[in-house]
Ligand binder design. Structure first.
Ligand code: CMP
Length: 143
């Protein structure tokens, strides 16, 4: 089934010049880029995006990390892309993420104090719809 997911290329990855490598992996997998922007995210936007983590001890550090510099937000389309991109990302902790995954191949550190793990991908269709509306309010899908 055709789905859409929200991918964030996080500030650490943007700063390290990994944007092209990550977009290449998405495209060669057969997914399509439907929206793309470089953006310095506000704390308001990040608070809305990460609302389910707002009571976590790492939440302030997560906001500092995600607002530390520009990031790249991408809407990606494809068959079962939500689950497929999560497989491509690998586990949250880059040290445990399998080689071959984006985090396993490109991620470096575990606690720093927010986990700097290169990419974000929506975790469910409900999250994807909510996150795409937050990051791309202007985007209208025609086909
Ligand atoms: P993400 O998939 O974007 O969702 C929440 C983010 O919080 C996660 O990636 C990491 O960057 C960070 N994170 C998750 N768990 C922890 C943790 N235990 N300690 C610090 N940061 C975390």
């Amino acid at each position: 089934d055709k789905e859409h997911t929200l991918v964030l290329i996080k500030p650490d990855a943007y700063e390290r010049g990994l944007t092209g490598e990550i977009l290449r992996r998405i495209e060669v997998k057969g997914y399509r880029l439907k929206g793309l922007k470089v953006k310095k995210a506000s704390r308001e936007l990040l608070t809305a995006h990460y609302v389910e983590h707002k009571d976590q001890p790492f939440f302030p550090a997560l906001l500092d990390y995600m607002s530390s510099g520009p990031l790249v937000a991408v809407v990606v389309e494809g068959d079962r892309v939500i689950e497929g991109f999560r497989t491509m990302m690998g586990q949250t902790n880059p040290t445990l993420a399998a080689p071959g995954t984006i985090r396993g191949d490109l991620g470096r550190d575990w606690k720093t104090p927010a986990v700097q793990n290169v990419v974000h991908g929506s975790d469910s269709p409900t999250s994807a719809d909510r996150e795409i509306a937050l990051w791309f309010p202007e985007l209208v899908f025609k086909d």
